[in-house]
Design a protein around this ligand. Structure first.
Ligand code: NAP
Length: 262
């Protein structure tokens, strides 16, 4: 459901990594519907084309730049495309990630490195590349990184992603203080399991665990992509003007439920 006023993100330029699918697309689409000009980046051109077409069909403004967030020159080129096309950059959302279920004793060094490289190092590269234009934002620059509370409790079978996401939360807090003097706000969003996403399909549904996951959420259900998109809009909007260094948990009470009922 659209809950924010039309135009609340008018004149902002937002770059969303992993913005062609899943939660990244939901955020990009909602930002565009609320007036932002969006730049979506990821590796697969066909997904990018489909996402841009979807946003444009609904009346939004979007471009795509094929980018691997592990390649700094590609990330810099994507930021340059944003500033040259739309005149600046106001919001960076880091949603790109890779993950797969694997007990740690079976994990290859390459598997570990790949996930940490995309999820953690990619976040750093995007923040670094976006720093200069975000500093110039007339709306107070915003960075949001998508984490998970599973990183704080530990995540058996996904130790690589959990470690990377814990690193993201730490990176976000360091940058929140370092870049406050430039009026750049840096926060994380920690979603719980969100239905109809690749994350839930791969990690839970394909292993027959989707119903169990839903029961583990205190609210007793999986979340919706729009729940996460609305949290991102809130942080990107003037509603987030005094929020930095926060981890906004959008998980229906899942992580507290684990602890309370352990
Ligand atoms: P998703 O649809 O698979 O989104 C991940 C995106 O990252 C894809 O569009 C993928 O596109 C992109 N990506 C992967 N590697 C990349 C790379 N090296 N360079 C650039 N882009 C890359 O999954 P999702 O479930 O919506 O997850 C989105 C974010 O939310 C992730 O950070 C995830 O950890 C987090 N999260 C999700 C849930 C959930 O319930 N789904 C819960 C908590 C947190 P390409 O393959 O085209 O590159």
């Amino acid at each position: 459901m659209r809950i924010f006023a039309p135009g609340v993100l008018a004149d902002r330029v937002a770059l969303i990594t992993g913005g062609a699918t899943g939660l990244g697309y939901a955020i990009a689409h909602e930002f565009a519907m609320l007036g932002a000009k969006v730049v979506i980046i990821s590796r697969k051109q066909e997904n990018l084309d489909k996402a841009v077409a979807g946003i444009k069909a609904d009346g939004g403004t979007a471009i795509a730049v094929q980018t691997d967030v592990r390649q700094y020159d590609q990330v810099v080129a994507a930021v340059q495309a944003a500033t040259s096309t739309f005149g600046g950059l106001d919001i960076l959302v880091n949603s790109a990630a890779g993950n797969f279920y694997c007990p740690t004793e079976d994990m290859t060094p390459n598997g570990w490195r790949t996930v940490v490289d995309i999820d953690l190092n990619g976040n750093f590269l995007c923040c670094k590349a976006a720093f200069e234009p975000l500093k110039q934002s007339r709306f107070q620059g915003r960075i949001m990184m998508i984490a998970t509370s599973n990183s704080l409790t530990g995540w058996p079978g996904q130790s690589h992603a959990a470690a990377a996401k814990a690193g993201i939360i730490s990176l976000s807090r360091s940058l929140a203080v370092e870049w406050a003097k430039h009026n750049i706000h840096v926060n994380t969003i920690s979603p719980g399991p969100i239905k109809d996403t690749e994350g839930v399909t791969k990690i839970y549904a394909q292993r027959g665990l989707a119903d169990l996951q839903a029961r583990r959420v205190a609210l007793g259900r999986l979340g919706e992509s729009i729940d996460v998109a609305n949290a991102a809009v809130y942080l990107a909007s003037p509603g987030g003007n005094f929020i930095t260094g926060a981890d906004l948990i959008v998980d229906g009470g899942r992580w507290l439920n684990y602890i309370a009922n352990a």
